[in-house]
Design a protein around this ligand. Structure first.
Ligand code: NAD
Ligand code: TYD
Length: 355
């Protein structure tokens, strides 16, 4: 892909910052709009300090005037939209922020992008893309023997998070069908890797295990997720940006279904080897009250992306999860900076009610 100018939203979050680092490495110029909520962390982008290929803008996707100004000033080839509230448990305890950011924020961004796109000369209009990053959770929950989600699976979101993402997907679709805005959407499974905020399963368990704290398994630990290494997700997004069909949606997955309890046991085994604690880490496993409405199983059929764009996950779970544990061991300072203040309040609020 020729070097492009990309307006990235949410590029200081987990996937967004991995994407920005990789896109800059591949020669693209990034304008990075991020509100720096609790989940945004400018430290993730420290290696880009002084690099003219990255411009950070502290602001919200809900600020239509700011978004319009950035579009006019930078004339990006594409908007790559990551910004969202992304944690299911937070959406259960406080759904309002999810409606505001994920639905109204996406709407604001679409409106600004449409106005900008309409004013572009025809040649530039043809090149412009609005890439919306979404989740497999919009499809709802599978039983153990149902086939994996494909692009035509009906939407059945079950949490305020997935419902708000589903609403944003529908808006993106509508802006293509109604106004012709050149959009494309990706629906990806659970990501893991460096820079993931330690409220999500894998980094939370690594952090708690290293700190000798309980490893809280919701319900029976038999819920299944498909796990993809974050670099593979970023690679998929760049492929879809380059050659995805306009108005299309692409499922992205790791072909790697695992039960939560198996994930946590794997993490414990790796830590027993890389960071021995005297006693096996899995002794810290504690069963806690289940998440309300907890989706039982997600599985993704990503054959369309493989067939049409030649994408496939490169990292195996075996290597990816070891790299991830090692990253958290090597970056204790990054974690320590986060696990103070607001984080402590969240942990107290989410887990004390489960005991
Ligand atoms: P994250 O919570 O780590 O990061 C979200 C980022 O968005 C943060 O930097 C935050 O500051 C920013 N943000 C929030 N509200 C904003 C606003 N109003 N304006 C500008 N920036 C704002 O999330 P993530 O895990 O990196 O997920 C990124 C995207 O990928 C989300 O849209 C999510 O739904 C989607 N997704 C995530 C996963 C996953 O496993 N994490 C899987 C599939 C899809
Ligand atoms: P999470 O990382 O929050 O992602 P999502 O809910 O979007 O899939 O959780 C992954 C799985 O791990 C999910 O089934 C809930 C479970 N889980 C626990 O068992 N304990 C925990 O402390 C957390 C945060 C999650």
């Amino acid at each position: 892909m020729h070097p492009k100018v990309l307006l990235v939203t949410g590029g200081a979050g987990f996937i967004g910052s991995n994407f920005v680092l990789e896109a800059v490495r591949r020669g693209h110029k990034i304008v990075n709009l991020d509100a720096l909520t609790y989940a945004g962390n400018i430290d993730n982008l420290a290696s880009l300090a002084g690099n003219p290929a990255h411009e950070f803008v502290h602001g919200s996707i809900l600020d239509g005037a700011l978004v319009s100004n950035l579009l006019t000033r930078h004339r990006p080839d594409a908007v790559v939209h990551f910004a969202a509230e992304s944690h299911v448990d937070r959406s259960i305890l406080g759904p309002a922020a999810f409606i505001e950011t994920n639905i109204n924020g996406t709407f604001t961004l679409l409106e600004a992008a449409l106005k900008h796109w309409r004013a572009l000369p025809e040649a530039e209009q043809g090149n412009f893309r609005f890439l919306h990053v979404s989740t497999d959770e919009v499809y709802g929950s599978l039983t153990a023997d149902e086939p994996a989600f494909h692009e035509e699976t009906p939407y059945r979101p079950n949490s305020p998070y997935s419902a708000s993402k589903a609403a944003s997907d529908h808006l993106v679709r509508a802006y293509f069908h109604t106004y012709g805005l050149p959009v494309v959407t990706t629906n990806c499974s659970n990501n893991y890797g460096p820079y993931q905020f330690p409220e999500k399963l894998i980094p939370l368990m690594i952090h708690n295990a290293i700190s000798g704290k309980p490893l809280p398994i919701y319900g029976d630990g038999q819920n299944v997720r498909d796990w993809l290494y974050v670099a593979d997700h970023c690679d998929a997004i760049l492929s879809v940006l380059q050659a995805g069909r306009l108005g299309g949606t692409y499922n992205v997955g790791g072909l790697n279904e695992q039960k939560n309890l198996d994930i946590v046991n794997t993490l414990c085994e790796i830590l027993d080897e890389l960071h021995p604690a005297g006693a096996p880490h899995n002794q810290l496993i504690t069963y806690v009250k289940d998440r309300p409405g907890h989706d039982r199983r997600y599985a993704i059929d990503c054959s369309k992306l493989q067939r049409e764009l030649g994408w496939a996950p490169k990292e195996s779970f075996h290597t990816g999860i070891r790299k991830t544990v090692q990253w958290y061991l090597d970056n204790a300072k990054w974690v320590e900076k986060i696990v103070s203040g607001e984080y402590r309040e969240w942990i107290k609020g989410n887990y004390s009610a489960r005991n």
